[in-house]
Write a protein that binds this ligand. Structure first.
Ligand SMILES: [Zn+2]
Ligand SMILES: [Zn+2]
Length: 468
């Protein structure tokens, strides 16, 4: 069996910490340790193959008194600190990693690196730790990475991603821009843009008014790999806004994801689509979710949002979450018509802190799913919220906010609005002419975003650290 393909994700705060630690005034090589969380994906849903994703979790400097010598072409340090890092990795189920610089050369593993690391890898395996990661930062922001999985055996990273307000993904086998149908966007963003988009794995959670528009837009944008997740069957009240849906689909009782997949395939743009008719928290979805480079949250439910919120932090996968609030004008009150796009990633306040994912409502939804009778009883007794009348929805507003969400992805990839990255939280008032950024501070006690413990933590048991 061939070893699992390897992807490395560096979170922006960790990458910044590494860059400042590794910067040396005199141009000498330098080094640091990184603890990585890992995702062991048994089957990437598009390729069917196993993948390992390493996500930076913690940066650890090499102590000054452990540095032995450094020059522009070598760096030597004592391995005392390394043994300590291995101990932590073993205890906490993380992967120990080494990073060193080649300030005056390209990023590559030299023969010297091969020899040194083989020695350290031997030490690693002797200590009962199953793998050792290694990265080289070269000049011009070049990077390479690999994982030692057995003595003398390494897997080279097929992609290295920097994840923050910006999304930068470098793939070892970058495809060339040969998709003629994308020529007009290359005319705006350059020839490098299309191959990046072609390589993207994007999950869209929810295939309703916003999710269907997001999925169709992503296909037109040229995203190569789409994962669509929604349990629902189309009904007649969805036809006013679900893109691609037909009256005959209601009669046929088709699932929303199957309608979208049909339309995207029929467009013939080379998008590989996989569909899952499951609720986002279902264990069968874990491989799909953890394989994605970006997730779009287009679901109404609080429990689903809370799951995606944690996933973004544990696996370093940016979540672009969409919401709408539509209220009719009543006597004495005007229309209230608001759309929201939030971009969630480690280092920015999470959906709970933004007040858009409510653990109490999520608990009520969980009960509704697991014990409908008990839920109805408690609802009648007013112990739980939820199950209210269906929310109003109009196609222009759901589609506008879907466009705004996909624009954030484009901003993350291209910085067309400037280098500040994706807007953290964008609020559009349709009842006024207004679109503005409204961010918040993380709540000090937030279990997801207030501490760095969840950032890049990767696989834990129970999944995402959630019991039940
Ligand atoms: Zn080297
Ligand atoms: Zn939070």
């Amino acid at each position: 069996m061939s070893p699992a393909a390897l992807d490395i994700v560096l979170l922006e705060p960790h990458e910044a910490a590494l860059r400042s630690l590794l910067h040396s005034e005199n141009g000498a090589e330098s080094s640091a340790y990184v603890l990585f969380g890992k995702a062991e994906i048994s089957a990437d849903p598009w390729s069917g193959l196993a993948r390992t994703r390493l996500i930076s979790h913690e940066v650890i400097p090499v102590a000054a008194d452990e540095m032995v010598s450094a020059s522009p072409v070598h760096v030597t340090w004592s391995t005392r600190g390394f043994m300590r890092v291995l101990g932590v990795a073993k205890e906490r189920g993380l992967v120990a990693g080494l990073v060193h610089t080649h300030p005056n050369a390209a990023a590559f593993f030299s023969e010297q690196d091969d020899r040194n690391e083989a020695e350290l890898a031997r030490t690693t395996f002797n200590k009962g730790v199953s793998s050792l990661a290694s990265m080289v930062f070269g000049r011009d922001d070049g990077m390479v990475g690999r994982l030692w999985i057995a003595p003398g055996e390494t897997v080279t990273a097929s992609s290295i991603s920097l994840i923050g307000g910006q999304i930068k993904i470098a793939r070892a086998e970058a495809s060339v821009d040969e998709d003629h149908f994308l020529a007009r966007q290359a005319a705006l963003f350059g020839r490098e843009f299309n191959p990046v988009v072609r390589g993207l794995r994007v999950g869209v959670i929810g295939s309703g008014g916003t999710g269907s528009a997001v999925a169709m837009l992503l296909a037109r944008l040229g995203v190569g790999f789409l994962g669509l997740v929604d349990k629902d069957i189309i009904d007649v009240t969805n036809l006013n806004r679900v893109h691609g849906s037909r009256a005959a689909d209601v009669v046929a009782g088709l699932a929303k994801v199957d309608i979208l997949a049909r339309e995207i395939r029929a467009a013939g743009l080379g998008t590989q689509v996989v569909t899952k008719k499951e609720w986002v928290g279902h264990p069968d979805l874990r491989d799909l979710l953890r394989s994605c480079d970006v997730l779009f949250g287009c679901t109404d439910d609080h429990q689903g949002r809370l799951t995606l919120n944690r996933l973004a932090h544990y696996y370093g996968i940016p979540l672009i979450d969409v919401g709408l609030r539509m209220r009719a004008a009543r006597s004495g009150a005007d229309y209230d018509m608001t759309g929201r796009v939030s971009t969630i990633r480690p280092g920015s306040p999470c959906l709970m802190c933004l007040g858009v994912a409510d653990p109490r409502r999520a608990a009520a939804e969980g009960l509704q799913r697991s014990d409908p009778t008990e839920f109805e009883w408690r609802k009648a007794e007013a112990y739980v919220d939820g199950g209210a009348d269906p929310a109003p929805a109009v196609v222009t507003f759901t589609t506008t906010i879907a466009c705004a969400a996909v624009d954030e992805l484009i901003q993350g990839l291209t910085s067309f609005r400037g280098s500040q990255g994706m807007t953290h939280n964008r609020i559009r008032r349709f009842d006024r002419v207004e679109d503005r950024a409204m961010t918040c501070r993380p709540v000090a006690s937030c279990p997801v975003c207030a501490s760095q413990a969840s950032w890049g933590r990767g696989d834990v048991n129970p999944f995402l650290g959630v019991i039940g």
